[in-house]
Design a protein around this ligand. Structure first.
Ligand code: ADP
Ligand code: MG
Length: 504
């Protein structure tokens, strides 16, 4: 069974300023489950949107069942046999299961209820979906709703089924059921494109894997022939042999001193598994994992940037309540978010106002810093971090990315945190500034600050962190420490999980 149903050749797609896809080939066979892999921003969704007629390609061709096609709209793609189930299920919760399966598709304005329910019942049982045709959709679990969305696509005679992160909100049992359904459809000859952040699921269910990175095709592989570590290295774009030398602090001896910050079975509404975390005075540690593995969600739980749903935290051994970012700030925790543009800078405000923001929030807006103080503080940090700006009154939006990032760092340093969390602080900034920030991190640790540093660039973490917490599929699976760690060690830990490695 190696008949190609879909062949995409030389697909390119640009958005203003971004090449989302560049000359990408993709082949889907009849009756296969094909995982489309890549870190965030790799171009997966763009490719899917081209297949489903949401976007038009700039170049390349699409061959469906041996014939060149053009998908003019999602409706057009659907008519040609492409079914899509997105993460958010686009069904009507107040209608019955059967109505959801057939609605909007009956030529006859007078729906034949009996017939419809009978047909639904037959489909549900043949696909093994545990639902009754007449129950209201909203009374079904998310997993079952998703299966019904799939059943709907199947009934529309889809030859290709696209599942974009269908499992992110499902529990283990539900995933098992979904996989059974996928296997059933595969047996019927449907070609399935499966997108997920869960690496283990890819290995459980897929036949082949296509890897994208930065809009380019990296390769197409038989799942069984591609070790997890190689998949990860391909997604990240790091050669397995790419070993880097590091100059960082010695790992702290597991001393008896009380940690600066400690979390026990912490969990958040963003869906991280309950985790434990500690950091010592003057320690730099980091979360290593793929984009989407739960790195950001973990630190956001620590800072209460997402709603905390369980667990407890201690600062210097004392139990404290951190329910909001302001609580966290008052306890001496700072957090530089991943999304600089969205959560970080206030574009219209001046460099000065951006620098004093966190301190001002902590003091309360009824006690504004004096103009003189604000100026002093700003100038002090502009000098300390060599921020390049025409003046302190310049709107931050007119600074380069690297200088914007330094302004936000200044904002947090000004609050004199004991524990500072930096999530991707060097992303998208020039190499020189990157190195400056890395040095700054090590310098701050030397002065006694505790820092958690997250970066997608493993070599950067190796250079700064003396301990790495390995996270995979939203769960902490191990820890690495030592002076001689290599990228290979880290990738291996991400691939295997569950290992506690210490290399002296
Ligand atoms: P993935 O799904 O693999 O995370 P996407 O296909 O969503 O990646 O994005 C690929 C690149 O294209 C990213 O740099 C993203 O910012 C950009 N991009 C995607 N959609 C749009 C859009 N509608 N407008 C502008 N840029 C976009
Ligand atoms: Mg996407």
């Amino acid at each position: 069974m190696s008949e190609n149903i879909l062949k995409m050749e030389g697909i390119s797609k640009s958005f203003p300023g971004v090449k989302a896809l560049h000359n990408v080939d993709f082949v889907l066979r009849k009756g296969e489950i094909h995982a489309l892999m890549g870190e965030n921003g790799a171009g997966k969704s763009t490719l899917i949107k081209i297949i489903t007629g949401v976007y038009q390609k700039d170049a390349g061709q699409i061959i469906l069942d041996g014939r060149p096609v053009l998908f003019k709209s999602p409706q057009d793609a659907q008519n040609k046999g492409i079914g899509t189930v997105f993460q958010e299920i686009a069904l009507c919760p107040n209608l019955t299961v059967a109505e959801n399966m057939f609605i909007g598709r009956s030529q006859n304005p007078f729906v034949q209820w009996k017939q419809m329910n009978a047909k639904a019942a037959q489909m549900l049982s043949s696909l093994g979906i545990p639902a009754s045709p007449t129950q209201e959709l909203s009374s079904c679990s998310i997993a079952v709703q998703q299966m019904i969305a799939i059943a709907r696509a199947v009934d529309m005679d889809c030859k290709i089924l696209i599942l974009d992160e269908p499992t992110s909100s499902l529990d283990e049992d539900e995933v098992k059921k979904l996989f059974e359904l996928m296997r059933e459809l595969k047996g019927r000859g449907v070609g399935i494109i499966f997108i997920t952040h869960f690496i283990d699921q890819v290995y459980e269910i897929s036949d082949r894997i296509t890897v994208l990175r930065n809009g380019e095709l990296i390769g197409e592989y038989q799942t069984a022939a591609l070790p997890q570590i190689e998949l990860i290295s391909k997604m990240m774009g790091k050669a397995l042999s790419d070993v880097s030398k590091i100059k960082k602090q010695e790992p702290l001896k597991s001393d008896s001193s009380v940690p600066v910050f400690e979390a026990m079975t912490l969990s958040s509404a963003a869906g991280v598994r309950p985790f434990n975390f500690t950091i010592q005075k003057g320690e730099v540690n980091g979360f290593a994992g793929l984009l989407g593995s739960g790195r950001s969600e973990s630190v956001r739980a620590i800072f209460a940037a997402d709603k905390v749903t369980g667990g407890e935290v201690k600062m210097k051994g004392k139990r404290v309540k951190i329910k909001t970012p302001l609580n966290a700030m008052k306890q001496g925790i700072g957090y530089l978010p991943e999304d600089r543009k969205g959560d970080g800078i206030i574009a219209e405000l001046s460099v000065r106002d951006n620098i004093i923001l966190a301190l001002q929030v902590m003091k309360g807006f009824f006690r504004p810093l004096s103009r003189k103080q604000a100026e002093e503080f700003s100038n002090q940090y502009i000098e300390k971090l060599s921020i390049k700006t025409p003046s302190i009154d310049t709107p931050i939006k007119s600074l380069s990315g690297g200088n914007q990032q330094k302004v936000i760092l200044a904002r947090w340093l000004l609050t004199h945190p004991m524990f500072l969390i930096l999530d991707e602080p060097t992303r998208g900034i020039d190499v020189g500034t990157k190195v400056e920030i890395q040095k700054l991190v090590l310098g701050l640790a030397e002065e006694g600050m505790s820092l958690t540093f997250i970066s997608s660039e493993i070599d950067e973490m190796l250079r700064t962190c003396s301990r790495m917490i390995v996270i995979k599929d939203r769960e902490i699976v191990g820890e690495l420490s030592g002076m001689n760690l290599t990228e290979h060690d880290v990738m291996q830990a991400i691939a295997q999980g569950g290992e506690r490695i210490c290399q002296g």
